[in-house]
Write a protein that binds this ligand. Structure first.
Ligand SMILES: Cc1ncc(COP(=O)(O)O)c(C=O)c1O
Length: 344
């Protein structure tokens, strides 16, 4: 394997806590990408993409997989493959597919979204799901799909809570999709088998470019016929790519090397949450810490930490701090002392 020295645009940054999407591929991942066997994936001839799709589907107990450019595209083609025009999806008001995906299923697929309040643990309440299912009446959209999210705002939603929601959906003959952008963070925190979580759902969307550290890529897994429909939607959306094995190789590398280490991110988040609790309100869940200092997060605090190489985002007085593979123990200590100085 050739060694590649990464050129990163992260000079001077000790810890970027804005998201786990900011990770950069390390030398081993780049080497795996450079050495990937490739072909034209629109012809189905990219061996590395085919391997990624098959491996992840098998790992999660599904018939087939589809490699996509992003979590948004993966959720979108999943929803479009489940639904027809005039159908409806029940989902969470604060979930990504409702709030942060530009209503793609409605814009492009003529599909309505009915959002429910999300419980504190990230789940949807079964009674609310049952009540949201529409009668068979020409006044209504046809309720077709339940979309859950796990993790949600870092919360690993317990299996029993996922199952209760899904039972309510199944009782109304709905299909169920999981936005598992951080599926492996959920599995790690729940301490369950991967198939315990994936097995509850018909389709699961997984991101490789968040905590797992790949530069690009999501995979949708599910039944073979549904994945074939999703592949058609992907092509229609301009998401058919050619020698994308270069990217799939990064995802395969991430699945092999970066799943087990998610425990470290959760442990560092716990350490950070504990240190910051002296200065304000803290909620920690998996690799995320939501921190509201007593006087709120101010532009001054953000710029003060930036001068010590720590990047933060802040909205409405709260900052979401996300731990990931590019934040080391030394980086974490720099974050804690940066906050201590800024808030003292
Ligand atoms: C829960 C969740 N789902 C889906 C997505 C969409 O992923 P992408 O940014 O790759 O489109 C995100 C992105 O942060 C997310 O947090």
């Amino acid at each position: 394997m050739t060694q590649y020295a990464p050129t990163q645009s992260t000079a001077g940054i000790i810890a970027d806590l804005r998201s786990d999407t900011v990770t950069t591929p390390d030398a081993d991942m780049r080497a795996a990408m450079a050495d990937a066997e490739v072909g034209d994936d629109v012809y189905g001839e990219d061996a590395t993409v085919n391997r990624l799709e098959a491996e992840l589907a098998e790992r999660l107990g599904k018939e087939a997989g589809l490699f996509l450019t992003s979590g948004t595209q993966s959720n979108l083609v999943g929803m479009l493959a489940h639904c027809q025009r005039g159908d409806e999806i029940i989902t969470g008001r604060g979930y990504h597919i409702y709030k942060y995906e530009a209503a793609g299923a409605s814009v492009l697929g003529g599909v309505a979204l009915d959002p429910l309040d999300v419980a504190a643990d990230g789940a949807l309440e079964p009674d609310a799901i049952a009540a949201a299912v529409k009668d068979d009446d020409s006044h209504h959209a046809i309720t077709r799909l339940l979309g859950l999210e796990n993790t949600h705002n870092g919360h690993a939603v317990p299996l029993a809570r996922c199952q209760q929601a899904v039972d309510a959906a199944r009782a109304a003959d709905l299909s169920v999709h999981l936005d598992g952008a951080r599926f492996f963070n959920a599995v790690e925190a729940l301490g369950c088998a991967e198939t315990d979580l994936s097995g509850i759902f018909d389709t699961v969307s997984i991101c490789l470019s968040k905590g797992l550290g790949a530069p690009v890529g999501s995979v949708l897994v599910g039944p073979r016929d549904l994945i074939a429909r999703a592949r058609r939607w992907r092509k229609m959306l301009g998401g058919g790519t050619r020698q994308s094995g270069i990217l799939a190789a990064a995802s395969l590398h991430a699945l092999k090397h970066n799943v087990d280490r998610l425990t470290e991110d959760r442990q560092r988040a716990a350490r950070l949450g504990q240190a910051l609790s002296a200065y304000g309100d803290v909620t920690q869940a998996t690799n995320m810490v939501f921190f509201t200092p007593r006087n709120g997060i101010t532009p001054q605090i953000i710029s003060r930490l930036a001068t010590s190489g720590v990047r933060l985002s802040g909205a409405l007085g709260t900052t979401r701090l996300v731990l990931h593979k590019d934040v080391t123990d030394a980086g974490l200590e720099a974050v804690i002392s940066g906050f201590e100085q800024a808030l003292a």
